[in-house]
Structures are given as structure tokens and as C-alpha cells.
Design a protein around this ligand. Structure first.
Ligand SMILES: [Zn+2]
Length: 223
């Protein structure tokens, strides 16, 4: 009986430790998204951040040319969600929709699906001409390669990332979870993360919205 009780308590102890590790990992990414200490705000030094220079900034979504996985309304809603998530940075921003990409005013950033202008990237920002490009073919490829993966996550992340560039976050973040991050540079150097194992579990570890560090950097640049 005593032996049985010892075995039983070992079983429960093992179960308890395994569950604790699992739940800690489950929360690690969430914790990284929601918390940021000053020393964590580090970039790849691939650009110099600056204050956004567009007063009354408006993102104008140009419907049409979306990959079949997304409707115009869905993408418009994602733009609004990204802008809303950045709002605590304190830059007043509007979102509107216009079918004609050739007409725009000084305060407008046009969001356009265009493969040539995206230059092989899933998204690209032309801050000089105030154009945010998305690539239909890269999203199509993602759908072909990972048919069960919900690519809306990647589109939301891409929009939040590119919009961040228009808020003056020119450099990319070195913290893997930040929406402004990239994972590896040309020399093979890797982004920083609390657990490499946890990082590998995700198709996209990056947050779909700005993290506490992205927002801290945005506020600092735009003070
Ligand atoms: Zn970028």
C-alpha cells in the first residue's frame, strides 16, 4: 500500500511539473507581448527611427486585387484593427477606403495590393511616396504551402508591421515577438526570445499587433 502511495504521489508530482512547464510556455509569448523593460527595446540597427512627419495621417485602403482568401471588407477591418492597436502611441490616425489609387492627398498613405511594388516581400512600405504595398502572390503561395494555416494572422501582422514604419519605426526590432521584428539577418544572427523551443512551435511567433516594446519605441520617437 505504501509503495502504491509513493508511486501515486510520484505520478502526480510528474504530472504537476509537466503541466507547470506547459502552462509557463503557453504564457511565455503572451508575457513577452504584454511586458517590456527599457533594455529590451533593441533593434537590428538597420535604420534610424524618427518622428512621424505626416500630420492628420490617414491610411486609405484601395480594394481590389486581394487574394481570394480575403474580402475587401475583411482587409479594411484589419487595417482598422492595426491602427487601433497602435493608438496608444498617441498619433491621431484615420482609416478610409477609395477605389482609385492614383488620387491621394499629402496626409494619405495608400494601401495597395501589388506584386511588382512588393518586390518579393509579403509587404513593403514606401515612406517617401506614402504607399504601403501587399503582395497577392506571396499570400497565394503561403496558402498553397500551408493550406490549413489561417493566413489572416499573417496579413494582420503584416499590416501592423508596415503601419509601424509610417509611425517612424524605421529600424527593425531584435525581439522576435515584436511586430516590427525580423528573425535572422544575412550573417545568420538571430532575434532574441525567452525560449528557442517555444519559438519553434509557432509558424509565426511575431505578434499580430504591436507589443509593449513596439509601443514604447513608438511613443519615445514621437514625443
Ligand atoms: Zn519592415
Amino acid at each position: 500500500m505504501q509503495k502504491f502511495l509513493i508511486k501515486l504521489s510520484i505520478f502526480f508530482l510528474t504530472f504537476h511539473i509537466a503541466f507547470k512547464c506547459f502552462s509557463e510556455n503557453l504564457n511565455l509569448r503572451e508575457k513577452e507581448i504584454n511586458a517590456c523593460s527599457v533594455e529590451e527595446v533593441i533593434t537590428w540597427n538597420d535604420g534610424v527611427d524618427k518622428k512621424t512627419n505626416i500630420p492628420n495621417l490617414t491610411f486609405v485602403y484601395v480594394p481590389g486585387n486581394e487574394p481570394s482568401a480575403f474580402s475587401s471588407q475583411e482587409v479594411t477591418d484589419m487595417v482598422k484593427r492595426a491602427v487601433n492597436a497602435w493608438s496608444t502611441c498617441g498619433i491621431s490616425t484615420q482609416v478610409s477606403v477609395r477605389a482609385d489609387p492614383n488620387y491621394s492627398s499629402n496626409n494619405e498613405v495608400m494601401i495597395i495590393w501589388n506584386d511588382a511594388k512588393s518586390m518579393g516581400n509579403i509587404g513593403a512600405s514606401d515612406t517617401v511616396h506614402q504607399r504601403l504595398y501587399l503582395s497577392p502572390s506571396v499570400f497565394k503561395l503561403l496558402k498553397e504551402r500551408r493550406p490549413t494555416y489561417d493566413s489572416r494572422y499573417t496579413l494582420q501582422m503584416t499590416l501592423s508591421h508596415e503601419i509601424g514604419h509610417f509611425y517612424g519605426l524605421v529600424a527593425h526590432s531584435k525581439r522576435c515577438v515584436d511586430v516590427l521584428s525580423y528573425y535572422k539577418d544575412a550573417s545568420g544572427a538571430e532575434c532574441t526570445v525567452g525560449s528557442k523551443e517555444e519559438f519553434k512551435r509557432y509558424i509565426e511567433y511575431r505578434s499580430e499587433f504591436p507589443t509593449a516594446c513596439d509601443l514604447q519605441r513608438c511613443r519615445r520617437n514621437n514625443q
